[in-house]
Ligand binder design. Structure first.
Ligand code: ZN
Ligand code: ZN
Length: 413
């Protein structure tokens, strides 16, 4: 019999980390779990780990790429304006009752790349509207939730198109396990140490209260003003139900909100951006007064221009994040075609919507207050990588004095 391309012991460790560190599932708590059928081996292990941790009830909800495609190929036209409201209302009710939420990703990231964009847009919109009651609980961080990943075969073949399926799955599995920090003896303890290091960084940055960050590197001389009352976050954080969880497995970033009107200079991307099935590479943009006034790309420039034209906020920044070049994801050199991994590969900025939680007392600020403090709003939030081995970053204080933050792609101290 052929060797399993996915190490079952490491898969067990990933399940354990996702339940204990990702969710920090509480004794008696219910869990709503969504996953593709391709991830069934991890779904089963997560379910077992959840019951061992004392779960009251685990309810998995599975999806399937071929089932999704069957709709695009055969459904009547009005199907694309429908969504399962009853299901999302039920999920919202479960969260209101205190259930935790886990999502496992693992499907083909380009599943819908060749489908009619009109239909994908309509179906996406109908789904977003129907999902809102459930999503609000997540967006407001009412409950502990977490996302992790399983190396599905269709996904693996997109990441390693030149390899036979079994080798592609084995390579993606290794990359996911390394990025998710489950290769060691005691991954739960390693995650505790990783979270403590991220916390140290956010506490330092929050104490410094820099007015701006100044980036220099190949093709880059960029000053990013930070929003008034911004707050840095990263690693584990406490949900409103009092449970400290890690919403993303993996995570490497510390991040905050830039000032939408105070970004000046030019910046060049350091890694390709995979956006809705298209690749955009070699991005070069110029900011004036916070707004992108010039934009080029060596590949996918038309997609980039469309993205920037989405709405007024799409040309301004909503997130700035720091990730050292030595992070395991960056070192793997793999383009995962999934934001959960790719945004943790390097220092990045995001076009579009900001996070209200990245403000002091953010939960109690109105959208108008957030805007007045420099928070951007947009329908999009698209992260792209601007950090590499040659990235230097200075923190600029209110009085103009400078503090080294990054040197040669790594934390300066
Ligand atoms: Zn980020
Ligand atoms: Zn982001």
């Amino acid at each position: 019999m052929a060797k399993d391309p996915i190490d079952p012991i490491l898969l067990d460790k990933l399940a354990e980390v996702s339940v204990r560190t990702g969710l920090n599932l509480q004794e008696g708590q219910e869990l709503v779990l969504t996953a593709p059928v391709a991830a069934l081996p991890l779904v089963r292990r997560v379910t077992a780990a959840a019951y061992r941790a004392g779960a009251g009830l685990v309810t998995p909800i599975l999806s399937d790429g071929m089932v999704t495609l069957a709709r695009y190929r055969h459904a009547r036209d009005d199907s694309f304006d429908r969504a399962p409201n009853w299901l999302y209302d039920g999920m919202g009710a479960a969260f209101a009752d205190g259930a935790a939420r886990m999502a496992i990703v693992g499907d083909d990231p380009m599943l819908l790349a060749d489908e009619d964009p009109g239909k994908t847009a309509r179906a996406g919109k109908a789904n977003s509207i129907a999902y809102r009651p459930a999503l609000e609980r997540i967006a407001n961080f009412d409950i502990n939730w977490s996302i992790c990943a399983y190396p599905g075969a269709d996904w693996a073949m997109r990441v390693f198109p030149d390899l036979p399926e079994e080798q592609a799955v084995a390579k993606l599995a290794e990359a996911i396990f390394a990025a998710s920090r489950v290769m060691g003896e005691d991954p739960v303890a390693e995650w505790a140490a990783h979270n403590a290091r991220l916390r140290q960084r956010t506490e330092w940055l929050n104490a410094e209260r820099f007015a701006a960050l100044h980036y220099t590197g190949p093709g880059t001389d960029l000053t990013v003003g930070l929003a008034d009352g911004h707050e840095w976050h990263g690693g584990a954080s406490e949900a409103r139900n009092g449970v400290t969880c890690n919403p993303n497995i993996p995570t490497e970033e510390v991040f905050t909100t830039p000032h939408a009107a105070k970004v000046e200079g030019y910046v060049r991307s350091t890694k390709p951006l995979s956006h809705q099935g298209s690749l955009i590479d070699g991005i070069e943009v110029r900011f004036e007064g916070g707004r992108i006034t010039e934009a080029r790309a060596t590949r996918g420039e038309a997609v980039l221009q469309d993205l920037l034209d989405t709405d007024e906020g799409a040309r301004r920044l909503g997130e700035v994040a720091l990730v050292p070049h030595s992070s395991p994801i960056s070192q793997s050199g793999v383009l995962f075609l999934n934001t959960l991994f790719d945004e943790n590969a390097a220092c990045h900025i995001a076009l579009g919507q900001c996070y209200s939680k990245c403000f002091l007392d953010g939960a109690n600020l109105t959208p108008e207050q957030i805007a007045a403090q420099g928070g951007n709003s947009s329908m999009i939030h698209v992260d792209w990588m601007i950090g590499g081995a040659e990235t230097d970053i200075d923190g600029i204080r209110e009085d103009g004095s400078r503090v080294p933050v990054f040197r040669g792609g790594e934390w300066a101290s």
